[in-house]
Design a binder for this molecule. Structure first.
Ligand code: SAM
Ligand code: SF4
Length: 321
């Protein structure tokens, strides 16, 4: 699908639930957020139908996300159906990793290619603090199982926050020494609860400058690399990447659409504009009509989020990060 600016839109992020088993401080308030009513949430059959239409429209890569996608019952079944769609080249999942260990083998068998695990600290007490109650030990077993069952390349997403984990950057880099783990340092975005944490922001450039002198870094590339800029410490098995969500101007290369758990097809993470695809789906739209809605959504993508500013009013769990 080509948009008005000549970008090829072939990547769809699908939020399978707005719910989560954690409450990361930059994503959700401690008391949680108001959840969608059950009937508003797309069923797995509806999600499958929409992904099928998206692939017909030209989508080649799909990422399942949330909320926390692994709390959605029968997710493995959805993976099984979607992974078989002709034309789909890559099916991946973003997870906090809490429920990954018992599911990794089944997910791989069902056809999932790879996982991204969100992990902001390697210290148990800090993990409990930032996620408001999560267990780091569970995530680390999940990471081990993801590597064991070859949900690879396994990527770890670290949202860098100045007073919280800037002092752990070297520990994360050490993870890449002997394991094929790909750690990506991500800039904190002023979305949802992140909007109140502006003092915690650290730019990708600052991190590069901080570590550049201490490591022999060589440029690298990675499957499904997206907007990250990758390096390898010479001799290490894994890589490190930097995602300058704020400081880099990667809108010109943006190739994605987002489908929320309640069937909103969004053109840009930073805008609250969307096309409702749930209503036509539930009113019996044909596959051709659904394909047309995806194509129209691609055409509606803005050149840049700077056209409209940041969407600070919604939390990432609702948009599907
Ligand atoms: N629950 C899953 C997880 O945490 O991986 C998937 C959904 S979560 C919304 C997707 C990603 O968004 C996570 O890597 C999380 O760290 C990131 N995220 C959430 N709020 C953010 C913010 N304000 N700035 C930067 N990244 C954020
Ligand atoms: Fe849940 Fe992911 Fe948001 Fe953390 S970042 S609260 S794990 S949806």
């Amino acid at each position: 699908m080509l948009d008005k600016f000549g970008r090829n839109i072939d990547y769809l992020r699908v939020s399978v639930t707005d719910r989560c088993n954690l409450r990361c401080r930059y994503c959700m308030p401690p008391e949680g957020v108001k959840h969608l009513a059950r009937e508003q949430v797309l069923s797995l059959e509806e999600i499958e139908k929409l992904i099928r239409a998206a692939v017909k429209a030209g989508v080649k890569r799909v990422r399942l996300t949330g909320g926390e996608p692994l709390i959605r019952r029968n997710l493995v079944h959805l993976v099984q159906k979607v992974s078989r769609l002709p034309g789909l080249e890559d099916l991946s999942l973003t997870t906090n990793g809490i429920l990954l260990a018992p599911l990794a083998k089944d997910l791989k068998r069902a056809g999932l290619n790879r996982v991204n695990i969100s992990l902001d600290t390697l210290m148990e007490h800090k993990y409990r603090e930032i996620t408001r109650g999560g267990s780091l030990a569970q995530v680390l077993v999940g990471l081990e199982q993801a590597i064991k069952y070859q949900l690879t390349p396994v990527k770890i997403n670290v949202v860098v926050q100045r007073s919280f984990n800037l002092n752990e950057i070297r520990d994360f880099i050490s993870l890449t020494r002997n394991s094929p783990i790909h750690v990506r340092f991500i800039e904190l975005m002023p979305i949802g609860c992140g909007g109140k944490l502006d003092k915690e922001f650290v730019s990708a450039q600052e991190i590069k400058d901080m570590i550049g002198a201490d490591y022999d870094l060589v440029h690298d590339t990675l499957t499904g690399g997206g907007p990250a800029d990758y390096y390898r410490v010479r001799g290490y098995k894994g890589t490190i990447g930097f995602i300058g969500a704020i400081s880099d101007h990667f809108c010109a290369k943006c190739n994605r659409l987002r489908l929320s758990a309640d069937g909103k097809l969004r053109f840009c993470l930073q805008q609250d504009r969307y096309l409702d695809i749930k209503e036509p789906l539930r009113s019996g739209a044909s596959e051709e009509e659904l394909v047309r809605i995806f194509t129209q959504a691609a055409r509606n993508k803005p050149a840049s989020y700077r056209q409209s500013g940041w969407n600070e009013n919604e939390n990432m769990n609702a948009i599907g990060g």
